[in-house]
Design a protein around this ligand. Structure first.
Ligand SMILES: NC(=O)C1=CN([C@@H]2O[C@H](COP(=O)(O)OP(=O)(O)OC[C@H]3O[C@@H](n4cnc5c(N)ncnc54)[C@H](OP(=O)(O)O)[C@@H]3O)[C@@H](O)[C@H]2O)[C@@H](O)CC1
Ligand SMILES: [K+]
Length: 560
């Protein structure tokens, strides 16, 4: 499990370590680990470290200090290091170390005296002069500040760009020259995306331009400058090397989309007893949550799932939901719907039993039109019956419009951003889809507070919140999974999980939150397994569930 903490939690945990030893020691350890990680990337990309090019973007604080010390270590290993300073004062000891190791420095500050050259500190003989090459400005940038040329050349000749502009001290959108550097470098890297030699962007602790605590992207979303050269207010990373513990913002959307791989450097922080802001389940965690039948299990204790899904207009949603539940290993499915849809469902899945009966959990809503009286009545009946019998329910799609004001915490809502905005607006909040997308954790929490339900907010990164403040973020799905019917499969899969552990979920509703996160994870993994690297249809995802679950459980066994 990856645990994501707030900047304040990390600083508090660091305080005791800082009190125990010299303050520079932590930074040296962080920087050394970062340099080793970058060296590994360079070796993989080029076969050797010496002779590689690394561009280091340096901000005013300790994040810049980390980057400078790492740059120094890389320079000692024969890497051509060019540091871009975005502030008139940077970490002194880090800068001295970089200079001593033969690194070169460009000052990207607006207050250069007339006639000053932005490149300084070229140690005699340490680096050939042509290492900071001609600064040909592209069209449209000819009037840009003088540092633009060296930065352009630096990006062009870099194997790795190290983003040490801002870490956990960042507040709001990137300001000043650093914002221009972010925009320029992000634009250049993006433009080079299709090229084989595009530099790898490694974020130091966090990508600059994200909100470290809630994963928001407070800067401009697109080019602030009409010249296409300049990009957005964040520098997307391929790899984030984060120190001490993962920061919550790395796990939370939308920032989770710009952090790349996450590597946590252990600094020996003591976070015991500190409740993380958000958690991400890894495969072994999901395996541990899965209800696995024992030798004496029968279909009833494996869970019976009631499903109210589909209408004559959307029969496919019912087929997808029950197929996913059956494929996920539920003991039995009871389907409730109009006769024509029932016939289609039973033809597709002969295991399904039609009509009401005893169940351990419900899924209501996939493919249901809330204005379709018979199915809307079934949804309402199921919600009432589930509340009376204390049974978990997945409330999806059309059933979200039929939700009572308050529900039990073992009721799991599965909206996407637009549906969540509508649900919140109906409860008096002034919020639109874009607001939910910009601050998904905040609005999912609000929906939980207003309704009492566990809330699974679907997206490229899925956020789940619920009882006790528990929050998860899962990012296991390929982009191809954004396809019709994928939500129906998720609802059926989650229903199977809740039915399999129904009593435990009601006894401890935080389990509903974890199981919803597990379902989101398996959903994404199954999509990847169904059609690796290519388009995937919803039914393919459902069909890939048994093999996906088997592979997860094999990992679980191996770890045990
Ligand atoms: N603590 C530890 O033990 C360890 C910490 N470590 C490292 O330290 C990092 C934290 O360092 P930090 O506290 O110096 O903050 P950092 O992120 O460098 O930025 C602060 C500077 O940025 C400025 N600034 C703020 N917002 C801005 C914006 N939007 N746009 C532009 N500027 C902005 C802000 O200015 P101010 O707002 O104060 O005017 C201030 O000058 C941490 O992420 C990790 O890398 C590791 O070495 C391990 C040990
Ligand atoms: K950074």
């Amino acid at each position: 499990m990856i645990l994501g903490y707030s900047a304040a939690q990390v600083r508090a945990a660091e305080a005791s370590l800082l009190a125990a030893g010299p303050p520079a020691e932590l930074m040296e350890r962080a920087a050394f680990a970062l340099a080793v990680r970058v060296a590994r990337e360079l070796r993989q990309r080029r076969g050797r470290v010496a002779g590689a090019g690394v561009l280091v973007l340096v901000g005013p604080g300790n994040n810049g200090g980390d980057a400078l010390f790492a740059g120094a270590e890389l320079a000692r290993r024969g890497v051509r290091v060019l540091a871009v300073l975005t502030s008139s004062s940077v970490h002194d000891a880090g800068l001295a170390a970089l200079r001593a190791a033969g690194g070169r420095v460009v000052r990207a500050v607006d207050d250069l005296p007339d006639g000053a050259v932005p490149v300084d500190d070229l140690p005699d003989g340490a680096v050939p002069d042509d290492d900071v090459p001609d600064f040909a400005l592209p069209d449209g940038a000819a009037t840009g500040p003088r540092w633009v040329g060296p930065v352009l050349a630096g990006v062009e000749s870099a194997d790795v760009v190290l983003d040490g502009l801002l870490g956990i001290g960042a507040r709001g959108p990137v300001r000043g020259v650093a914002a221009e550097v972010v925009a320029l470098v992000a634009g250049l890297v993006d433009a080079a995306n299709a090229e084989p030699g595009r530099p790898l962007v490694v974020a130091v602790d966090t990508p600059s331009g994200i909100d470290v605590d809630d994963g928001a992207l407070p800067g401009p979303a697109a080019a602030p400058d009409p010249v296409a050269l300049f990009g957005p207010g964040v520098l997307p990373a391929d790899l984030t090397v984060t120190f001490g513990a993962a920061k919550a913002g790395l796990l939370l959307p939308p920032a989770s989309g710009v952090v790349g791989m996450i590597d946590v450097v252990d600094l020996g922080l003591d976070l015991a007893g500190v409740v993380p802001v958000v958690a991400r389940l890894e495969r072994s965690d999901v395996a541990g949550l899965w209800p696995v039948p024992g030798s004496s299990s029968h279909k009833y204790d494996r869970g019976v799932l009631g499903v109210v899904a589909g209408t004559p207009r959307y029969p496919g949603a019912a087929v997808l939901t029950v197929t996913a539940a059956v494929r996920a290993g539920v003991g039995m499915v009871r389907y409730v719907g109009p006769p024509g849809v029932t016939a289609t469902v039973v033809a597709a899945r002969p295991e399904v039993v039609a009509g009401y009966g005893r169940v351990q959990a419900w899924v209501v809503g996939p493919g249901v039109d809330p204005l379709d009286p018979p199915q809307a009545a079934h949804v309402r009946d199921a919600l009432v019956a589930a509340h009376a019998a204390r049974l978990p329910v997945v409330v999806d799609a059309g059933a979200l419009d039929l939700l009572p004001d308050r529900v039990d915490p073992w009721v799991v809502l599965t909206p996407h951003a637009g549906e969540l905005a509508r649900l919140l607006a109906e409860r008096g909040e002034i919020v639109e889809r874009g607001d939910v997308e910009a601050h998904p954790l905040t609005w999912a929490r609000r929906a939980h507070a207003l309704t009492g339900a566990t809330v699974l907010l679907k997206g490229a990164t899925t956020v789940v919140v619920g009882a006790g403040g528990a929050a998860y973020s899962q990012q296991d799905a390929p982009a191809w999974l954004a396809t019709a019917g994928a939500g129906d499969v998720l609802a059926g899969l989650l229903g199977a999980l809740l039915a399999g552990r129904s009593d435990e979920v009601v006894a401890d509703p935080t389990l509903a939150v974890a199981l919803a996160a597990a379902a989101a994870s398996v959903h994404g993994l199954a999509a990847g397994r169904a059609r690796p690297g290519g388009p995937v249809a919803a039914l393919d995802v459902a069909d890939a569930l048994p093999a996906t679950i088997a592979a997860l459980l094999a990992v679980g066994d191996w770890r045990a």
